[in-house]
Design a protein around this ligand. Sequence first.
Ligand code: DOR
Ligand code: ZN
Length: 346
Amino acid sequence: MSHSLTLRRPDDWHLHLRDGAMLRAVLPETARHFARAIIMPNLVPPVVTGAQAAAYRDRIMAALPEGMAFEPLMTLYLTEDTDPADVAAAHASGLVKAVKLYPAGATTNSASGVRDFARIAPVLEKMAEIGLPLCTHGEVTAAEVDIFDREALFIDKVLDPIRRAHPGLRVVMEHITTSQAVDYVTAADESLGATITTHHLVINRNHILVGGIKPHYYCLPVAKREEHRLALVKAATSGADRFFLGTDSAPHVDPLKEHACGCAGCFTATNTMSVLAEVFEAEGALDRLEGFTSLNGPAFYRLPANEATITLTKGDPVTYPAKIDSGDGPVTVFDPGFPLHWRVDA
Ligand code: DOR
Ligand code: ZN
């Protein structure tokens, strides 16, 4: 059995870096192992315009410690008032790599998201024309829809109609959590890809709720039944090239997670590669890890794969800090609930 594995340096196709002290704390956690990441725009206020994305990119680069390399791939937060010309200019300049659709109210800082999907048709038309991908938070938000059904309903009620109305539009269904999403992406043509998080490959809804409520496993979309987790593991480890890693690493300080109304998000940037190596090894799919973390994403986004590499080495259990200090308070690192044997040398 091979005890060492060299991969092209991975990228993270869905990441929350936040701003200010939190940005400075979490950016090195990602940059240690990852070359690039698609940066989520759900700041307060959100990153809506090309000018705001350029300013945010500059803040990210200013927060990067000396000696570390990292390329933020910027996104715009889609609102009903987004100007197609601004989107096109931000794409043409090379700054913006995707536009993010949050249905209003779906998740953290999504209040400026979309309520009336007819109003974004002109932007989607422009994006289809220029080949700029749309990243979706795929959950309907109607109060009467059960939270465990929100992703499956989004496919039927929102995503499929959008894709039919804009056949050339390239879409990434982000952080998929259900077998319905796996099936929909598998059946679709190459214009549709999907990201899968580290934590959704590891936890099901019992992890959140059995034996006491575990706020650090609460994220959105919420983890589903075990059968859905198994479908995600199968998709991620299958070698199918339209599934790729997007950690959705989403830091919140502990007091806001361990709270009567706790924030959604798992912070996985620190130990993701070690966790994924365990998941892929258990499936006998270590030879497919590089596709998932380092090849499929760049291919979908029409970017070159990284030339640099990282090496994973199997040995005695490796430890990661249980928490990192953000300056605003501690942030708990995702606990997969099993020992990690794969060390990462970047
Ligand atoms: O768990 C989540 N946290 N899901 C999201 O969609 C947003 C994210 C955040 O920004 O905290
Ligand atoms: Zn996210």
